[in-house]
Design a protein around this ligand. Structure first.
Ligand SMILES: NC(=O)c1ccc[n+]([C@@H]2O[C@H](COP(=O)([O-])OP(=O)(O)OC[C@H]3O[C@@H](n4cnc5c(N)ncnc54)[C@H](O)[C@@H]3O)[C@@H](O)[C@H]2O)c1
Ligand SMILES: O=P(O)(O)OC[C@H](O)CO
Length: 340
């Protein structure tokens, strides 16, 4: 089925991913696309140079892509689809601000919110939306996708997840095209858990590769990591088949093995002896796994879900374990059956 192009798509947030998807939509999806940057000077630079030199240097913005830093809420009110392209930390504030909109609203962030306290869980995007904007028709665009490759027009497949058919359709109509395939899925919890937890596991595989533990070790981490994602997802109401799809296995393989991943880079830098602060500062982009890891472990504990790799990453990030100790901890666990 071919859907008519979305008339006007607004992307809020001009980082790497918001910019890449705005480029993608302007190339072959929505009829009109506006990219909103919160910083007026950044918006002026993008509009004048027709590129985003800080976040996607060298990638040309299509002539039809409009850039602004004007009134975001007025802009969103004029849109047929609003896409929030900020880090997870800003999602709550944007969903709250947009809660009266009629148009579908989707986010690109992959993560859990930071837990406000030990006894208060950090939330996934759809859980935040249910609390702060229950009437809004929302969804999430996820799947294995490095911004640079999407901006270059390299073939990519994404997942548009929502409980609302209208939101799934709007996302497909805005972004699907010759180089971007967008599959629909109504398992929002499954898609969000995959996108959030793979970031934590990519830190683990970055560490593994940085420490030269070998390809066997990396394959073991990816596979047992997928088991962790699946256990947590099922406990949060997801469907098992989602974890074998693009937002599960697909994104885990990409992020855990691809050096364009910022989360994987954090692991590689920690293995080289950098502190977490140094590693995060040297990236210049958000690495959501750093902020989500503790929440993932906390949610898992509350649900009685065993996530030993995630627990090891949290202990490393908090400085409670050295890399060699984390390896010893994971390898020293009691034998168990693979399906348990
Ligand atoms: N970069 C990728 O390849 C990629 C791919 C898929 C998903 N994602 C996800 O998309 C999200 C954004 O990632 P990114 O790579 O674009 O990050 P980034 O670090 O490149 O850019 C983040 C952008 O968000 C803006 N921002 C921060 N707080 C804001 C706020 N309160 N209001 C408006 N704008 C705000 C920043 O100014 C910056 O422009 C993350 O959750 C990430 O996991 C990224
Ligand atoms: O660079 P990362 O680690 O945030 O990963 C980017 C995307 O989520 C990959 O799908």
């Amino acid at each position: 089925m071919t859907l008519a192009p979305t008339p006007h798509t607004v992307v809020l947030g001009a980082g790497a991913w918001g910019t890449a998807l705005a480029i993608g939509a302007a190339r072959h999806g929505a009829a009109r696309v506006t990219l909103w940057a919160r910083d007026a000077a950044q918006a002026a630079t993008l509009a004048a140079r027709r590129e985003n030199p800080r976040y996607l240097p060298g990638q040309a913005l299509p002539d039809t892509l409009q850039v602004t830093s004007g009134d975001a809420l007025a802009l969103a009110a004029s849109a047929d689809l609003v896409v929030i392209g900020t880090p997870m930390a800003a999602l709550r504030e944007w969903l709250t601000a947009l809660r009266g909109l009629q148009a579908p609203v989707a986010w690109l962030c992959k993560g859990f919110e930071r837990a406000p306290a030990d006894d208060q869980p950090g939330l996934l995007g759809h859980e935040i939306a249910a609390r702060v904007a229950p009437a809004l028709r929302t969804g999430v665009l996820s799947g294995p996708s490095f911004a640079l490759e999407v901006a270059r027009g390299q073939p990519t497949a994404l997942v548009a997840a929502s409980a609302h058919a209208a939101v799934r359709d709007a996302l497909v109509a805005a972004f699907h095209g010759p180089t971007l395939r967008v599959y629909a899925n109504d398992d929002v919890a499954g898609v969000e858990v995959g996108g959030a937890v793979k970031n934590v596991l990519a830190i683990a595989t970055g560490l593994c590769d940085g420490l030269d533990l070998g390809l066997n070790a990396r394959a073991a981490l990816i596979t047992r990591g997928l088991a962790e994602i699946t256990r947590l997802g099922l406990a949060l109401g997801a469907r098992p088949d989602t974890f074998m799809g693009l937002s599960g296995l697909g994104d885990l393989v990409l992020t855990a093995t691809g050096d364009l991943s910022r989360n994987r880079q954090v692991g590689l830098l920690l293995a080289r002896g950098q502190t977490l602060e140094q590693a995060v500062a040297s990236l210049g982009h958000v690495a959501e796994g750093v902020y989500s890891a503790r929440t993932v472990a906390q949610r898992a504990r509350q649900l009685g879900v065993d996530m030993p790799i995630t627990e090891a990453v949290v202990a490393l990030l908090e400085g409670r374990l050295r890399p060699a100790q984390a390896v010893a901890m994971l390898m020293g666990r009691d034998p168990k059956s693979e399906g348990a």
